[in-house]
Design a protein around this ligand. Sequence first.
Ligand code: FEO
Ligand code: CA
Ligand code: CA
Ligand code: CA
Length: 634
Amino acid sequence: MPKDFSTLEDSNRSSNPSIHEVSDPARRTLLLGGAGAAMTALLAPLGGCASPTGDAPLLGFKSVATTTADTITVPEGYVAQVIAPWGEPVGLAGLSPAFRFDASNSAAEQELQMGMHHDGMHYYAKDGNQGGLLAINHEYSDDGLLHTDGLASWSAEKVRKSQAAHGVSVIEVRQGEGGAWQVVRPSPYARRITAYTPVELRGPAAGHPLLRTAADPLGRRVLGILNQCASGITPWGTYLTSEENFIYYFKGPDEPDAHQRRWGLRKGSGGHYRWHEHDERFDASRHPNEHNRFGWVVEIDPHDPTMTPIKRTAMGRAAREGATVAVTKDGRAVVYSGEDARFEYIYKFVSRDAIRPGGFKANAELLDHGTLYVARFDADGRGRWLPLTHGQGPLTVANGFADPGEVLVKARQASDALGATKMDRPEWVTIDRERWVYCSLTNNSARGTPGQPGVDAANPRANNSMGHIIRWREDGDHDGLAFAWNHFVLAGDPANERAEAKGNIQGDSFGCPDGLWVDARGVLWIQTDMSTTAMGKGEMQRLGNNMMLAADPKSGEIRRFLVGPPGCEITGATGTPDGRTMFINIQHPGETPSERSDPANPQRYSSWPDHRPDGRPRSATVVIRRRDGGVVGT
Ligand code: FEO
Ligand code: CA
Ligand code: CA
Ligand code: CA
């Protein structure tokens, strides 16, 4: 399908508040402060917010070249500063064990330090543009780096440390003299949530027989969150973090049933992390329902370190990438997300009730009631949202769905039955100022191979090694049941001689889009997760290290802004409300082709960010500013 930007100019302009507007400090006070705050202020037509750059072009920086350098490369006039790498203390009062470069910190110490593999992230302005909280996902662990001798003498202590390196960190950050940022230690907000933190299950599937286990016969309390990938924020000030590839933590049973097989459990499968050897709940032959308790959107209030995180079952279960919130004109929350697995689906949830003023307390059940839909992209550029409503269409008792809870736990099977479109690995979702909703489809080398789905209009390339970005706009409001869609870009160089890798990029080349973020000015930031596995060695050599690019949603121009160190992916963009500070995450610098580092040679591919002979590569947050203090990207 050709690129089509003409529809941007039609009259169907949004009067919805964007998440930037509802999350800026002034409005956040309104939402979190509660007393007397009128939702009408939140929901009033905004008529387009003022751009800090007036009529200047959206992209004002000079593009950077591809590179394989072991550093962060940013445009002329910009500075990149590393903060909060893996292992640094998060800042709990009196509990700040220093990182040991030989990875000899204990599990108990890791629980007080930044986890591994930073991913989705959000800046909550506490003191405006100069200080706030960062909520940061830690997707997974590389046990070759995490322990001094890697997986040798595998033990319960090593499993515990691996689990402690997962989850979420909440840290307080502040800008100091000269513009540099620091982690505030101690901070009353500092928090670690791990793969064993107690978490509540809420919503229609909470307590369901499929969620009950020997340790939790009520099916309402889970230990931990797993594989936190992309993130989202709510207008009431909370953080949404999604559980992505949770199935790889479970060792498959000898005789998996059809449900377990649909979610990837096979005889001898999984167990990559070897947790089941010392924590039996990760052995599916002994605890067949434990895996059902993962794959949910998790809600966390970063402003309240005593809050028990909540898995929101109403949004359905998936190997989910993120959770991006829009608000309808009448104040209901709409949550978009994709399931990053080959041939899985794109979802949206529409809340039953409108958001109320008063912060999290007033909206503590908002994400427990509503309707979940899955997307079908039709060949004519139109699409439909198909409801996962029990008793409707094929989602009946006769077809094996006993009740609404079972539909949510088995969202994949329900989407199969509804005939939803099988996508090329949906990753992040973001929404621009013209109400276009973008989703990166990172790659899918299995598309069109024997026994697998062939190409379709929405996923038009067989052996899709480069990925693409699809976008849609709802008919009417964000709760619309139908939409128009097109491709924002097919990644890959238009001059590429390999047909399946030939893209239609206007501007700088890239592959495998993953992170997406529309900033307050309307720039679409694109972060890549290219790998030799997805693209082949030749393409990786051509494009160098992973990168972040800025796109103009109107013109379609894409310009390379940043390149990371070797082996990393770039993820997790956020920033201060004034746009003068941007935060991103560098995940798995120096990653090896096997995705597990050699403890005898941990710096084989990268020594970023410490570059010391006894060090090891560390995922980290990076602060990006203009040297002159201007708005990033202008
Ligand atoms: Fe965790 Fe789909 O990236
Ligand atoms: Ca991702
Ligand atoms: Ca990756
Ligand atoms: Ca990815």
